[in-house]
Ligand binder design. Structure first.
Ligand code: SF4
Length: 376
């Protein structure tokens, strides 16, 4: 565990009230300020000449990375520092690899299928992380990240696969716990689980999902399936977001399908998942539109409303900031259906536009527009 500011402070002159207390040699106003900054990694331990050896040892030990990182042509495997995401964040998303036998009759077909695989979620593009080639003699030109099986087996990665799910799951938990809590060198290598070919897809999906949550650094599949990979990538993306940083987009006015001054206008908050769900619908509409995104610290509409991040004043201020009333002739703004209770309040604050209550769900937008804004 990393030392907290208070744990560090206990060793400094300030806590002992000795003669060097708050001497400022470290360029911090007090020993406490130095301790807090050291805990956050904002100063160097050598900045204070009065740090005792005991603290130096404890501090260096606490900063030692518990799990090693294997770097493979831009792919980072392992390097995790915590057992639970909420303690800080997980660092390197679990790598998803596919094994392909270069001696198989449909080798090139398999490679083409892997090359074609790409999904986009919350504005991030994902492809296959790594292809492990068996019986490969070279010569393949591809955009995929490749490694031969011989090279893969030489990497400092530990195979945590056991004969059944229970043993594999316990093995993964044991290895990660010992690496993080005990900083035991024996358990510092990143770990992977390998799925052999011919297994039931649903069974593989369930087990792989568990191993993504606890605690594989890499999953290796001898069979490839687009649906399985899409599901696992979605789960992985959810787990590997930083809990201290809400998923948010820039608060501004977004344009879809070349809108003009008569185009329809929607409004929502800057929570990324809401934004991309709405943006996806607006992109696919047969009419152009604007989407006004208000600043809400990345909160969804109802959360933002209850936290007073989405208020009538914030909405009015956003419209004013982008001077929307002078840029368009449209005089209606469609708000999320979940904020129907705010209609009156918004209307009183936003004089230039009529407030229209839209849909609760993003997928309903298309029908809403067809019914309310028929093409002329
Ligand atoms: Fe305290 Fe050391 Fe900084 Fe002096 S140099 S203020 S003793 S932490």
């Amino acid at each position: 565990m990393e030392l907290s500011g208070l744990q560090i402070f206990k060793y400094l002159p300030g806590a002992k009230k000795s003669e060097n207390t708050n001497c400022k040699i470290c360029k911090c106003p007090t020993c406490m300020a130095f301790a807090l900054k050291l805990a956050k990694g904002q100063v160097d331990i050598s900045d204070c000449p009065y740090v005792p050896e005991e603290l130096k040892e404890k501090f260096l030990y606490s900063r030692k990375p518990p799990q090693k990182t294997v770097v493979l042509e831009g792919l980072n495997i392992g390097g995790e520092n915590v057992l639970y995401r909420h303690e800080k964040t997980f660092i390197n998303p679990i790598a998803l690899a596919v094994v392909v036998d270069a001696a198989s009759h449909d080798f090139m077909q398999k490679i083409k299928r892997l090359e074609k695989f790409e999904i986009t979620r919350v504005n991030e593009k994902y492809t296959i992380d790594l292809v492990i080639l068996k019986n490969y003699a070279g010569g393949l030109e591809t955009s995929l990240r490749l490694i031969t099986e011989e090279e893969f087996l030489k990497l400092p990665l530990k195979d945590a696969t056991c004969r059944n799910f229970k043993d594999t799951a316990e093995n993964l938990i044991n290895i990660r716990t010992r690496a993080i809590k005990e900083k035991d060198e024996q358990y510092a290598d990143p770990v992977y689980v390998r799925f052999s070919s011919g297994l039931d897809k649903k069974d593989v999906c369930a087990k792989a999902s568990y191993y993504i949550c606890k605690y594989a650094n890499m999953l290796v599949f001898e069979d490839f399936d687009e649906a399985l990979f899409s599901t696992l990538i979605t789960l992985r993306q959810n787990i590997f977001t930083d809990p201290q940083k809400p998923l948010q987009v820039e608060a501004k006015i977004y344009e879809f399908n070349n809108p003009d001054e008569n185009s329809i206008i929607f409004m929502t908050t800057n929570f990324a998942l809401t934004f991309f769900a709405v943006a996806n619908e607006l992109e696919n509409l047969s009419v152009p539109s604007y989407l006004v995104v208000t600043p809400a610290d990345g909160m969804s509409v109802l959360t933002a409303w209850s936290a007073e991040k989405f208020t009538a004043k914030v909405a009015a201020k956003t419209l004013k900031k982008f001077d929307l009333a002078n840029k368009v002739k449209t005089r209606k703004i469609i708000i999320p259906g979940l904020l129907a209770h705010m209609k009156q309040e918004l209307q009183e604050e936003i004089k230039d536009f009529d407030i229209v209550v839209g849909t609760v769900e993003a997928y309903e937008i298309s029908d809403f527009v067809k019914n309310n804004y028929p093409l002329k």
